[in-house]
Design a protein around this ligand. Sequence first.
Ligand code: ADP
Ligand code: F6P
Length: 322
Amino acid sequence: MKRIGVLTSGGDAPGMNAAVRAVVRTGIHYGLEVFGIYQGYEGLITGKLVPLGTRDVGGILQRGGTILGSARCEEFKTEHGQQKALRILNQYDIDGLVVIGGNGSQRGSFALSKMGYPVVGVSSTIDNDLYGADVTIGVDTALNIALEAIDRLKTTASSHQRAFLVEVMGREHGYLALMAGISGGAEAVVIPEVEIDPEEIGTVIHEAYEKGKGHALVVVAEGATYNATRLMEYFKQHEERLGFSLRSTILGHVQRGGNPVASDRILATRLGAAAVENMINNNVGVMTAMRKGDISTISLDEVVANKKVIDLELFRLAKILD
Ligand code: ADP
Ligand code: F6P
Protein backbone atom coordinates (compact mmCIF):
# COMPACT_ATOMS: atom_id res chain seq x y z
CA MET A 1 0.00 0.00 0.00
CA LYS A 2 1.51 3.30 -1.14
CA ARG A 3 -1.25 5.85 -1.50
CA ILE A 4 -4.57 6.36 0.30
CA GLY A 5 -7.46 8.80 -0.11
CA VAL A 6 -9.62 10.48 2.52
CA LEU A 7 -13.02 12.15 2.21
CA THR A 8 -15.70 13.60 4.48
CA SER A 9 -19.33 12.92 3.57
CA GLY A 10 -22.93 13.63 4.58
CA GLY A 11 -23.78 16.05 7.37
CA ASP A 12 -20.60 17.69 8.64
CA ALA A 13 -19.69 17.19 12.28
CA PRO A 14 -17.38 19.19 14.57
CA GLY A 15 -14.20 17.12 14.77
CA MET A 16 -14.12 16.01 11.15
CA ASN A 17 -11.07 18.22 10.60
CA ALA A 18 -9.27 16.59 13.50
CA ALA A 19 -9.95 13.21 11.86
CA VAL A 20 -8.66 14.41 8.46
CA ARG A 21 -5.50 15.73 10.14
CA ALA A 22 -4.97 12.41 11.92
CA VAL A 23 -5.44 10.40 8.71
CA VAL A 24 -2.98 12.57 6.78
CA ARG A 25 -0.32 12.68 9.47
CA THR A 26 -0.62 9.02 10.43
CA GLY A 27 -0.45 8.04 6.76
CA ILE A 28 2.67 10.12 6.22
CA HIS A 29 4.19 8.74 9.43
CA TYR A 30 3.91 5.23 7.93
CA GLY A 31 5.39 6.34 4.59
CA LEU A 32 2.11 6.64 2.65
CA GLU A 33 1.02 9.40 0.30
CA VAL A 34 -2.38 10.81 1.24
CA PHE A 35 -4.84 12.41 -1.19
CA GLY A 36 -7.71 14.56 0.03
CA ILE A 37 -10.94 14.16 -1.94
CA TYR A 38 -13.09 17.29 -1.94
CA GLN A 39 -16.90 17.34 -1.55
CA GLY A 40 -17.39 13.74 -0.46
CA TYR A 41 -18.54 11.14 -3.00
CA GLU A 42 -19.45 13.96 -5.39
CA GLY A 43 -15.76 14.92 -5.60
CA LEU A 44 -14.77 11.29 -5.85
CA ILE A 45 -16.79 10.66 -8.99
CA THR A 46 -15.79 13.98 -10.55
CA GLY A 47 -12.10 13.63 -9.67
CA LYS A 48 -11.54 16.44 -7.14
CA LEU A 49 -8.40 14.94 -5.60
CA VAL A 50 -5.41 16.81 -4.18
CA PRO A 51 -2.28 15.47 -2.43
CA LEU A 52 -2.10 16.58 1.20
CA GLY A 53 1.10 17.09 3.19
CA THR A 54 1.62 17.49 6.91
CA ARG A 55 1.47 21.29 6.70
CA ASP A 56 -1.74 21.26 4.64
CA VAL A 57 -3.58 19.99 7.69
CA GLY A 58 -1.93 22.42 10.13
CA GLY A 59 -4.22 24.74 12.13
CA ILE A 60 -7.40 22.72 11.51
CA LEU A 61 -7.59 20.62 14.67
CA GLN A 62 -9.66 23.25 16.46
CA ARG A 63 -11.86 24.22 13.52
CA GLY A 64 -15.45 23.05 13.02
CA GLY A 65 -16.79 21.96 9.63
CA THR A 66 -14.51 20.14 7.21
CA ILE A 67 -11.71 21.62 5.10
CA LEU A 68 -12.43 18.91 2.52
CA GLY A 69 -16.04 19.99 2.16
CA SER A 70 -18.96 17.58 2.22
CA ALA A 71 -21.87 16.70 -0.03
CA ARG A 72 -24.91 14.54 -0.50
CA CYS A 73 -24.47 12.70 -3.79
CA GLU A 74 -27.42 10.82 -5.28
CA GLU A 75 -25.37 9.47 -8.20
CA PHE A 76 -23.05 7.60 -5.86
CA LYS A 77 -26.00 5.56 -4.62
CA THR A 78 -26.17 3.91 -8.03
CA GLU A 79 -23.85 1.18 -9.29
CA HIS A 80 -22.97 3.42 -12.22
CA GLY A 81 -21.81 6.15 -9.78
CA GLN A 82 -19.83 3.65 -7.73
CA GLN A 83 -18.09 2.32 -10.89
CA LYS A 84 -17.15 5.89 -11.76
CA ALA A 85 -15.62 6.27 -8.29
CA LEU A 86 -13.60 3.08 -8.71
CA ARG A 87 -12.27 4.32 -12.06
CA ILE A 88 -11.07 7.57 -10.47
CA LEU A 89 -9.44 5.73 -7.57
CA ASN A 90 -7.59 3.47 -10.03
CA GLN A 91 -6.65 6.41 -12.24
CA TYR A 92 -4.98 8.12 -9.26
CA ASP A 93 -3.38 4.85 -8.07
CA ILE A 94 -5.14 5.12 -4.75
CA ASP A 95 -4.88 1.80 -2.90
CA GLY A 96 -7.39 2.45 -0.11
CA LEU A 97 -10.01 4.98 0.98
CA VAL A 98 -10.92 6.41 4.39
CA VAL A 99 -14.53 7.64 4.59
CA ILE A 100 -15.35 9.97 7.48
CA GLY A 101 -19.12 10.23 7.84
CA GLY A 102 -22.43 9.00 9.19
CA ASN A 103 -24.94 6.30 8.41
CA GLY A 104 -25.48 7.06 4.72
CA SER A 105 -21.77 7.62 4.12
CA GLN A 106 -20.90 4.24 5.63
CA ARG A 107 -23.50 2.64 3.34
CA GLY A 108 -21.40 4.14 0.56
CA SER A 109 -18.23 2.69 2.14
CA PHE A 110 -19.89 -0.70 2.27
CA ALA A 111 -20.91 -0.47 -1.40
CA LEU A 112 -17.27 0.12 -2.45
CA SER A 113 -16.06 -2.56 -0.08
CA LYS A 114 -18.50 -5.10 -1.60
CA MET A 115 -16.95 -4.33 -4.98
CA GLY A 116 -13.60 -5.47 -3.56
CA TYR A 117 -12.13 -2.02 -2.89
CA PRO A 118 -10.30 -1.50 0.47
CA VAL A 119 -12.26 1.01 2.58
CA VAL A 120 -12.14 1.95 6.23
CA GLY A 121 -14.95 4.11 7.62
CA VAL A 122 -14.64 6.58 10.49
CA SER A 123 -17.82 7.02 12.56
CA SER A 124 -18.76 10.67 12.43
CA THR A 125 -22.21 12.22 12.84
CA ILE A 126 -23.89 14.47 15.38
CA ASP A 127 -26.92 12.14 15.30
CA ASN A 128 -25.05 9.28 17.04
CA ASP A 129 -27.10 6.83 14.99
CA LEU A 130 -24.33 4.51 13.78
CA TYR A 131 -24.73 0.92 14.85
CA GLY A 132 -21.60 -0.35 16.61
CA ALA A 133 -20.40 3.05 17.80
CA ASP A 134 -21.17 4.13 21.36
CA VAL A 135 -20.45 7.74 20.53
CA THR A 136 -19.52 9.33 17.20
CA ILE A 137 -17.48 12.38 16.23
CA GLY A 138 -19.39 15.64 16.76
CA VAL A 139 -22.02 14.44 19.22
CA ASP A 140 -20.49 15.99 22.31
CA THR A 141 -19.97 19.38 20.65
CA ALA A 142 -23.51 19.43 19.24
CA LEU A 143 -24.87 18.45 22.64
CA ASN A 144 -22.98 21.24 24.36
CA ILE A 145 -24.27 23.78 21.84
CA ALA A 146 -27.84 22.58 22.41
CA LEU A 147 -27.29 22.73 26.14
CA GLU A 148 -26.05 26.29 26.07
CA ALA A 149 -29.19 27.28 24.16
CA ILE A 150 -31.41 25.40 26.62
CA ASP A 151 -29.77 27.08 29.62
CA ARG A 152 -30.32 30.48 28.02
CA LEU A 153 -33.94 29.73 27.15
CA LYS A 154 -34.60 28.58 30.71
CA THR A 155 -33.44 31.93 32.04
CA THR A 156 -35.85 33.95 29.94
CA ALA A 157 -38.60 31.34 30.36
CA SER A 158 -38.31 31.65 34.16
CA SER A 159 -38.52 35.46 34.05
CA HIS A 160 -41.83 35.25 32.19
CA GLN A 161 -43.22 31.96 33.57
CA ARG A 162 -43.26 30.64 30.04
CA ALA A 163 -43.26 27.29 28.35
CA PHE A 164 -40.76 26.64 25.56
CA LEU A 165 -40.21 23.98 22.94
CA VAL A 166 -36.60 23.53 21.78
CA GLU A 167 -36.06 21.47 18.66
CA VAL A 168 -32.69 19.78 18.20
CA MET A 169 -31.40 17.83 15.21
CA GLY A 170 -31.89 14.09 14.80
CA ARG A 171 -33.42 12.85 11.59
CA GLU A 172 -34.31 9.36 12.75
CA HIS A 173 -32.60 9.08 16.08
CA GLY A 174 -33.48 10.87 19.33
CA TYR A 175 -30.10 10.58 21.06
CA LEU A 176 -29.29 14.27 20.90
CA ALA A 177 -32.75 15.26 22.15
CA LEU A 178 -32.70 12.72 24.96
CA MET A 179 -29.24 13.71 26.18
CA ALA A 180 -30.00 17.42 25.83
CA GLY A 181 -33.22 16.85 27.79
CA ILE A 182 -31.47 15.00 30.60
CA SER A 183 -28.49 17.34 30.86
CA GLY A 184 -30.65 20.44 30.39
CA GLY A 185 -33.28 19.40 32.95
CA ALA A 186 -36.18 19.45 30.50
CA GLU A 187 -39.73 18.79 31.66
CA ALA A 188 -40.31 16.44 28.71
CA VAL A 189 -38.44 14.94 25.75
CA VAL A 190 -40.02 14.02 22.43
CA ILE A 191 -38.07 11.57 20.25
CA PRO A 192 -38.77 9.68 17.00
CA GLU A 193 -38.53 6.31 18.74
CA VAL A 194 -41.47 6.91 21.11
CA GLU A 195 -44.85 8.03 19.78
CA ILE A 196 -46.59 10.59 21.96
CA ASP A 197 -50.00 12.14 22.27
CA PRO A 198 -49.54 15.94 22.36
CA GLU A 199 -52.06 16.03 25.23
CA GLU A 200 -49.41 14.27 27.38
CA ILE A 201 -47.05 17.17 26.76
CA GLY A 202 -49.79 19.61 27.70
CA THR A 203 -50.28 17.72 30.99
CA VAL A 204 -46.54 17.76 31.75
CA ILE A 205 -46.45 21.53 31.21
CA HIS A 206 -49.42 22.04 33.51
CA GLU A 207 -47.87 19.81 36.15
CA ALA A 208 -44.65 21.83 35.98
CA TYR A 209 -46.57 24.96 37.00
CA GLU A 210 -48.52 23.04 39.64
CA LYS A 211 -45.19 21.89 41.13
CA GLY A 212 -44.27 25.56 41.44
CA LYS A 213 -41.79 25.73 38.58
CA GLY A 214 -41.31 29.11 36.95
CA HIS A 215 -40.95 27.62 33.49
CA ALA A 216 -41.51 24.51 31.43
CA LEU A 217 -39.13 23.34 28.74
CA VAL A 218 -39.67 20.51 26.26
CA VAL A 219 -36.84 19.21 24.08
CA VAL A 220 -38.04 17.83 20.75
CA ALA A 221 -36.11 15.90 18.07
CA GLU A 222 -36.66 17.18 14.53
CA GLY A 223 -37.48 13.65 13.34
CA ALA A 224 -40.27 13.05 15.88
CA THR A 225 -43.77 12.75 14.44
CA TYR A 226 -44.72 15.67 16.65
CA ASN A 227 -41.70 17.88 16.00
CA ALA A 228 -41.70 21.53 17.16
CA THR A 229 -43.71 22.74 14.15
CA ARG A 230 -46.45 20.14 14.58
CA LEU A 231 -46.60 20.58 18.34
CA MET A 232 -46.91 24.36 17.92
CA GLU A 233 -49.78 23.86 15.46
CA TYR A 234 -51.53 21.55 17.90
CA PHE A 235 -51.08 23.81 20.92
CA LYS A 236 -52.18 26.90 19.00
CA GLN A 237 -55.40 25.15 18.05
CA HIS A 238 -56.04 24.16 21.66
CA GLU A 239 -54.60 27.25 23.38
CA GLU A 240 -57.81 28.37 25.03
CA ARG A 241 -58.64 24.98 26.49
CA LEU A 242 -55.08 24.26 27.66
CA GLY A 243 -54.62 27.69 29.18
CA PHE A 244 -51.05 28.47 28.20
CA SER A 245 -49.18 29.63 25.14
CA LEU A 246 -45.92 28.12 23.95
CA ARG A 247 -42.85 29.56 22.31
CA SER A 248 -40.66 27.52 20.07
CA THR A 249 -36.98 27.66 19.10
CA ILE A 250 -35.55 25.46 16.36
CA LEU A 251 -31.79 25.19 16.80
CA GLY A 252 -31.16 23.60 13.40
CA HIS A 253 -27.71 23.82 11.86
CA VAL A 254 -26.36 26.00 14.68
CA GLN A 255 -25.66 22.68 16.39
CA ARG A 256 -23.34 21.49 13.63
CA GLY A 257 -21.24 24.66 13.62
CA GLY A 258 -18.54 25.81 15.98
CA ASN A 259 -15.29 24.48 17.27
CA PRO A 260 -15.11 20.88 18.46
CA VAL A 261 -14.85 20.36 22.22
CA ALA A 262 -11.84 18.46 23.61
CA SER A 263 -13.59 15.07 23.65
CA ASP A 264 -14.46 15.35 19.94
CA ARG A 265 -10.92 16.38 19.00
CA ILE A 266 -9.49 13.41 20.89
CA LEU A 267 -12.07 10.93 19.59
CA ALA A 268 -11.59 12.11 15.99
CA THR A 269 -7.80 11.97 16.28
CA ARG A 270 -7.88 8.43 17.64
CA LEU A 271 -10.45 7.16 15.12
CA GLY A 272 -8.62 8.78 12.18
CA ALA A 273 -5.25 7.32 13.19
CA ALA A 274 -6.83 3.91 13.82
CA ALA A 275 -8.39 3.98 10.33
CA VAL A 276 -4.95 4.28 8.72
CA GLU A 277 -3.38 1.63 10.93
CA ASN A 278 -6.19 -0.81 10.15
CA MET A 279 -5.83 -0.05 6.46
CA ILE A 280 -2.09 -0.78 6.59
CA ASN A 281 -2.78 -4.04 8.46
CA ASN A 282 -5.27 -4.99 5.77
CA ASN A 283 -8.19 -4.91 8.20
CA VAL A 284 -10.51 -3.30 5.65
CA GLY A 285 -14.28 -3.27 5.08
CA VAL A 286 -14.57 -2.01 8.65
CA MET A 287 -15.46 1.19 10.51
CA THR A 288 -13.41 2.55 13.40
CA ALA A 289 -15.57 3.32 16.41
CA MET A 290 -15.54 3.98 20.12
CA ARG A 291 -16.90 0.82 21.72
CA LYS A 292 -17.09 0.21 25.46
CA GLY A 293 -14.42 2.83 26.10
CA ASP A 294 -11.94 1.51 23.52
CA ILE A 295 -11.10 2.39 19.94
CA SER A 296 -12.13 -0.64 17.97
CA THR A 297 -13.50 -1.74 14.60
CA ILE A 298 -16.76 -3.23 13.42
CA SER A 299 -17.42 -4.68 9.96
CA LEU A 300 -19.29 -2.36 7.59
CA ASP A 301 -21.52 -5.29 6.83
CA GLU A 302 -22.73 -5.30 10.42
CA VAL A 303 -22.98 -1.50 10.58
CA VAL A 304 -25.37 -1.29 7.63
CA ALA A 305 -27.37 -4.40 8.50
CA ASN A 306 -28.35 -3.13 11.93
CA LYS A 307 -30.18 -0.17 13.36
CA LYS A 308 -28.90 1.51 16.48
CA VAL A 309 -31.54 1.48 19.19
CA ILE A 310 -31.94 4.15 21.78
CA ASP A 311 -31.56 3.28 25.44
CA LEU A 312 -35.13 3.51 26.68
CA GLU A 313 -33.87 3.33 30.25
CA LEU A 314 -32.51 6.85 29.68
CA PHE A 315 -35.91 7.93 28.37
CA ARG A 316 -37.48 6.60 31.58
CA LEU A 317 -34.88 8.51 33.59
CA ALA A 318 -35.70 11.74 31.75
CA LYS A 319 -39.36 11.23 32.67
CA ILE A 320 -38.87 10.61 36.37
CA LEU A 321 -36.57 13.59 36.81
CA ASP A 322 -38.96 16.20 35.40
P1 ADP B 1 -24.77 10.83 6.60
O1 ADP B 1 -23.55 10.10 6.19
O2 ADP B 1 -24.47 12.04 7.43
O3 ADP B 1 -25.83 9.92 7.22
P2 ADP B 1 -26.37 10.87 4.11
O4 ADP B 1 -27.36 9.89 4.59
O5 ADP B 1 -26.89 12.05 3.38
O6 ADP B 1 -25.45 11.47 5.29
O7 ADP B 1 -25.34 10.11 3.16
C1 ADP B 1 -24.24 10.78 2.60
C2 ADP B 1 -23.98 10.25 1.23
O8 ADP B 1 -23.61 8.86 1.31
C3 ADP B 1 -25.15 10.26 0.27
O9 ADP B 1 -25.37 11.52 -0.33
C4 ADP B 1 -24.72 9.24 -0.77
O10 ADP B 1 -23.77 9.77 -1.66
C5 ADP B 1 -24.01 8.19 0.11
N1 ADP B 1 -24.95 7.12 0.43
C6 ADP B 1 -26.01 7.16 1.27
N2 ADP B 1 -26.70 6.00 1.26
C7 ADP B 1 -26.06 5.19 0.37
C8 ADP B 1 -26.28 3.86 -0.11
N3 ADP B 1 -27.30 3.12 0.34
N4 ADP B 1 -25.41 3.36 -1.03
C9 ADP B 1 -24.38 4.11 -1.48
N5 ADP B 1 -24.13 5.37 -1.07
C10 ADP B 1 -24.94 5.91 -0.16
O1 F6P C 1 -27.20 13.68 9.78
C1 F6P C 1 -26.90 14.81 10.49
C2 F6P C 1 -27.99 15.85 10.33
O2 F6P C 1 -27.54 17.02 10.99
C3 F6P C 1 -29.38 15.45 10.83
O3 F6P C 1 -29.54 15.58 12.21
C4 F6P C 1 -30.25 16.40 10.05
O4 F6P C 1 -31.56 15.90 9.89
C5 F6P C 1 -29.56 16.48 8.73
O5 F6P C 1 -28.19 16.18 8.97
C6 F6P C 1 -29.71 17.81 8.06
O6 F6P C 1 -29.15 17.74 6.80
P1 F6P C 1 -28.79 18.98 5.87
O7 F6P C 1 -27.50 19.54 6.41
O8 F6P C 1 -28.60 18.41 4.53
O9 F6P C 1 -29.89 19.97 5.99
